[in-house]
Design a protein around this ligand. Structure first.
Ligand code: SF4
Length: 407
């Protein structure tokens, strides 16, 4: 009987949650439309938006400059619904990772990375990921579902206001001034939820972040890169990981749909509207797979336009791989990374080797792996016998044209 009552009350709670509108799902325009539906003036939406995002308020009773009648209406029809926190882990280097329960057995992760001059939050956009990159823990878990705008924003909303208290920040100081959409998921495969979330991050009545300080990372969903350029141009990072199509087809399967020539052309178009005058290319260093000096030279040819694709002003970010058994891949030794970086830098390309952060709590790049009910065949595909990653062909000077596909 007790069990029955408990399941009834859980069901009742779920019903009441479903019936209420989650105000974290709205950008300011959406919240304005919602307030107008309630018969309220537009400026009320701005007040409400500021309470939620700037002050971290979830209790309408606290929102003292809102009319009592509006607070009463909101109490019956709306709520500010954050995510349940399943766990928190803090690294020796100050990195903090939170695991958020998003229901039905799915959980996603967000990571706070403090640095001397800024605080960065790495945010998830999907429970799992359908792209299935070979070197990525999330990719190996498969895909469950897209997060809603509210679930994307709830990670920032919680982290910002929790950290303000925890770090005892003064009024007006903020904990997070940099957001990277580099957590679990391919953000551009959840475009409809992503864009309103980005707008809230940028909105002066919301988090007021600069466009240069909000980065969307993509494995190369070309049509959505073109849409983002028009709808909400923020900084762009592209997961490249290979200098030619044959290898990239194996490491980043989306490449079979949008090969490098199309991707580089889309990067060029994106730069016409981007807040920065370069694209960041991420390149995960995989021992014996993509880290030879010849592959570094191929990469130079690719980004400088000598491979027959458009030149793309860029920064190269070399990422130490965090190995996990299912990948069948290993981290490149430091001397190989250094030699690879030298080829790029000698060619005048700004190159950084990413310092790993939070790897004692599995919060480093590529290690995020919440809990995902795989509803796709990604897991199945990736657990087939390991692919052979053939070394890149050594090209003769006369061959180095037109980015021909090797696979
Ligand atoms: S690297 Fe990004 S796009 Fe590739 S599987 Fe992982 S989360 Fe998905």
């Amino acid at each position: 009987m007790a069990e029955l009552q408990s399941s009834n009350s859980t069901a009742a709670q779920a019903l009441s949650e479903a019936a209420r509108v989650n105000l974290l799902d709205f950008d300011l325009e959406g919240l304005t439309a919602f307030c107008e539906q309630l018969g309220e003036k537009r400026f009320r939406a701005t007040q409400l938006f500021r309470w939620i995002h700037q002050k971290g308020a979830a209790d309408f009773g606290q929102m003292s400059d809102l009319a009592r009648s509006l607070r009463d209406k909101l109490a019956t029809r709306a709520e500010v619904r954050g995510l349940k926190i399943t766990s928190e882990q803090a690294s020796a280097d100050g990195t903090i990772k939170w695991l958020f329960d998003v229901g039905n057995g799915d959980a996603v992760e967000a990571v706070f990375i403090p640095e001397a001059d800024r605080g960065t939050l790495c945010v998830s956009s999907q429970a799992g990921c359908a792209v299935g990159c070979r070197f990525c823990s999330t990719g190996h878990q498969g895909f469950s579902r897209n997060l809603s705008t509210g679930e994307i924003l709830a990670q920032l909303w919680f982290a910002e206001h929790h950290l303000r208290e925890r770090l005892k920040l003064q009024p007006g100081e903020r904990a997070i001034d940099n957001v990277v959409m580099m957590g679990m998921g391919e953000p551009l495969q959840n475009y409809g939820a992503l864009v309103p979330a980005l707008r809230v991050m940028l909105d002066d009545h919301g988090y007021g972040l600069s466009r240069r300080r909000v980065t969307v990372s993509t494995s190369g969903v070309v049509p959505m890169m073109d849409r983002l350029r028009v709808d909400c141009p923020v900084a762009l990072a592209v997961s490249l990981h290979a200098p030619e199509d044959g290898l990239r087809d194996q490491l980043v399967p989306l490449n079979r749909k949008y090969p490098l020539a199309e991707l580089m052309a889309a990067c060029g178009r994106y730069l016409e509207a981007a807040p920065r005058d370069f694209i960041t290319f991420e390149y995960c260093m995989l021992d014996g797979a993509n880290d030879s000096p010849e592959q570094a030279r191929q990469l130079v040819r690719l980004v400088t336009g000598r491979a027959g694709t458009p030149a793309v002003p860029c920064k190269l970010n070399l990422i130490p791989f965090n190995p996990f058994p299912a990948s069948g891949l290993l981290r490149s030794p430091k001397e190989r990374v250094d030699a690879f970086a030298k080829v790029l830098m000698d060619a005048g390309i700004v190159t950084t080797v990413r310092r790993t952060r939070g790897d004692d709590i599995a919060a480093a790049c590529g290690q995020l792996a919440g809990e995902v009910q795989d509803r796709t065949r990604v897991t199945q595909r990736l657990t087939r016998p390991a692919i052979r990653i053939a070394p890149a062909p050594v090209q003769q000077e006369g061959d180095r044209l037109h980015g021909r596909r090797a696979g």
